[in-house]
Design a protein around this ligand. Structure first.
Ligand code: 5GP
Length: 118
């Protein structure tokens, strides 16, 4: 799938649409999910044109990949989460798996109690 420069996260990264910022550096912008699926629900968006995880791992440089995943951890720190509190990192790849915005992003969710997982 080709990257669509007009997807909602591209617009947020360009500052054309507002979002509640949690963390930002040269690799990533982390924002609150506008329709949270858990008490804490943050999205980490890489600052690059990648459709999904598949595309990101294929086309981002090793330095960018490392910087991006460190930004995920820095976002976890910024919101005061840790392994005691517990949090989940997830990513949907492709429409069939529930991806609805085709700019790669990582979900960080927490605060849902002791539930199972898929
Ligand atoms: P996906 O379904 O692609 O894995 O995740 C997309 C996420 O983006 C969803 O959790 C959805 O609630 C969130 N979302 C959709 N539109 C907006 C928006 O305009 N602003 C923000 N902050 N989140 C959005």
């Amino acid at each position: 799938m080709a990257y669509d420069k007009n997807n909602i996260f591209a617009k947020i990264l360009r500052g054309e649409i507002a979002a509640e910022k949690i963390f930002e550096n040269e690799f990533a912008l982390s924002i609150k999910d506008a329709f949270p699926a858990a008490p804490i629900h943050i999205l980490v968006l890489p600052k690059g044109e990648f459709v999904n995880f598949h595309d990101f791992m294929e086309n981002a440089t090793p330095e960018f990949i490392a910087g991006f995943y460190k930004a995920v951890r820095q976002t976890v720190d910024a919101i005061g989460l840790n392994d005691e509190k517990g949090y989940r990192i997830s990513m949907n790849t492709g429409k069939a798996a529930g991806q609805s915005v085709f700019h790669y992003h990582v979900h960080i969710t927490s605060g849902f109690g002791n539930v199972g997982h898929v």
